[in-house]
Design a protein around this ligand. Structure first.
Ligand SMILES: Cc1cc2nc3c(=O)[nH]c(=O)nc-3n(C[C@H](O)[C@H](O)[C@H](O)COP(=O)(O)O)c2cc1C
Length: 224
């Protein structure tokens, strides 16, 4: 039983090379996402996770919004001697970011957006104000969203889909807000990550690069 679970854990990989197709129905994808969300653990069972499943044109539109907002985060450079040169270089950098990011929508089938409802987290601090100093509920919220992401990622892979985990929406909070506004979600829902997925069109990972592993003996120790 544990081996079947760990086989699925081992098979989950990062796929960048994907196609805009799915081997399973949208209803099946929805059911996987709902089941993972229902049963993934959370500190004090706060259930602060919120999830948006994006499919079809809504998925592609959402990534265009993310790409546009992400492109605008390129800081103006000071390197060129001519202002005109600088402006052109900045626009090129923005365009490169926009194109790279849009591909997560145009070359994939759908996305799962992971969010945390800040209202649920803040309510925990009202109940337990002594946890404020360590920001414990914020840390646990990050842990919990990661556990849910992992459950969804592994479930998608087990059904023949490939996925990657992308953090434009949390690396730059303004990008996350652009997405939640675009989707008309409550303002207390804070994006933690996006998971674009589709049918694998190539091997996992970066082209030509094997996934390296550190020796397990350096990472797991046992005392008895
Ligand atoms: C917390 C976390 C954040 C990550 N953020 C990104 C990301 O923003 N973009 C990306 O392409 N991959 C991201 N990854 C994927 C890792 O780079 C990837 O899991 C790692 O290199 C191991 O490869 P594997 O997923 O194929 O096993 C993230 C993974 C984790 C666990």
């Amino acid at each position: 039983m544990a081996d079947a679970f760990l086989d699925a854990v081992e098979r989950r990989r990062t796929y960048y090379s994907l196609s805009d197709a799915s081997p399973i129905s949208d209803a099946r994808i929805q059911s996987l996402v709902e089941r993972a969300t229902q049963h993934a653990p959370s500190a004090y069972n706060v259930q602060s996770a919120r999830v948006v499943l994006l499919l079809g044109e809504r998925h592609k539109q959402a990534w265009r919004t993310v790409a546009e907002s992400y492109a605008s985060t390129v800081p103006p450079s000071n390197s060129g001697t001519q202002q005109q040169e600088q402006r052109e270089a900045d626009e090129q950098a923005r365009q490169a970011r926009r194109q790279r990011t849009e591909k997560f929508g145009s070359e994939t089938y759908g996305s799962v957006v992971f969010l945390e409802n800040r209202e649920d987290i803040e309510a925990q601090y009202v109940q337990s104000p002594d946890f404020k100093e360590s920001k414990a509920f914020d840390v646990w919220s990050e842990n919990a969203t990661g556990m849910l992401q992992f459950a969804v990622w592994t479930a998608l892979e087990a059904e023949g889909l490939g996925a990657s985990l992308q953090h434009h929406v949390s690396t730059y909070p303004a990008v996350g807000r652009a997405l939640t506004e675009h989707l008309a979600l409550p303002s207390s829902w804070q994006c933690t990550a996006m998971m674009p997925f589709g049918t694998p069109a190539g091997p996992p990972g970066r082209p030509g690069k094997e996934k390296p592993f550190k020796p397990i003996r350096d990472r797991v120790i046992i005392f008895k």
